[in-house]
Design a protein around this ligand. Sequence first.
Ligand SMILES: C[S@@+](CC[C@H](N)C(=O)[O-])C[C@H]1O[C@@H](n2cnc3c(N)ncnc32)[C@H](O)[C@@H]1O
Length: 272
Amino acid sequence: MAEPLTPEQQLERMRRDWDERARANARYFVNTAREDWTDEEFFASGERTVDTYIRNDMINICQGRDPRRMKVLEIGCGAGRVTRALARLFGEVYAVDISAEMVRLARQACADLGNVHIEQNNGRDLACLGPIQVDFAFSTIVFQHIPNKEIIESYIREVHRLLRPRGLFKFQVQGAELVEEGGYDTWLGVPISEEEAIEMALRNGFEPRYRHGAGTQDFWLWYFKRSRARQLTIYYARRSRRKLAARWRGLRARFASGRETASAAPGDSRTG
Ligand SMILES: C[S@@+](CC[C@H](N)C(=O)[O-])C[C@H]1O[C@@H](n2cnc3c(N)ncnc32)[C@H](O)[C@@H]1O
């Protein structure tokens, strides 16, 4: 049996495969609804994505802020389909993609917009963006292609690092088991169960407030970054739980060794 790939090898494959797809027919691999997208239709489909998942959900996304004053992050921008629509709505858009070819196309698509920053990243973190803070983070049809849960979780950690407290990270993952365990590749990514989605949020400082489409390919998650006060409360609650548990273990150990000594003593005297 072939050795499983390391995360580094998987990232290398993602980069290579998405560059190839971008060269072959970028717009088709970004949105397989058509093979021959015109500019107009392709970017209109991005507007529809933003209408459905963002304009319909402004209360959670903006939380009373003016969108024109908000900075947003897009993970996996592809050929700029959604990026353009985001830039028409929000003040500043930061977008990353693992594929240099996709980044080239996205930059071309957004060349007339002054509020878009697009970078090629390493496929698992957001270090290439520098020390920015964003008000909202978004990703669609990207994590469903990632074959490794650790890489998905690394993005969740990274978004937590760059997102303002209480900000929303809204993203879509693969919720359906489409292939047998381990058969994932750079097209059919690893599925995430509802339980895993909740655990990943809690482990990384988010409140997993809403979920939609668990068990399907369109599994959407709303992760709200906990406020600093809430993070501190949780930190101290966990610390005191750990301390209590340690004290309890100590007491039990002392009690058990006391019982052993007590039960050993009469025997000793009898044999002695
Ligand atoms: C199907 S396209 C979707 C593009 C865009 N989100 C859209 O909806 O138009 C998937 C994109 O995710 C990018 N991608 C795949 N794995 C990635 C990773 N680990 N990190 C960043 N981008 C990734 C690909 O290069 C590709 O551009």
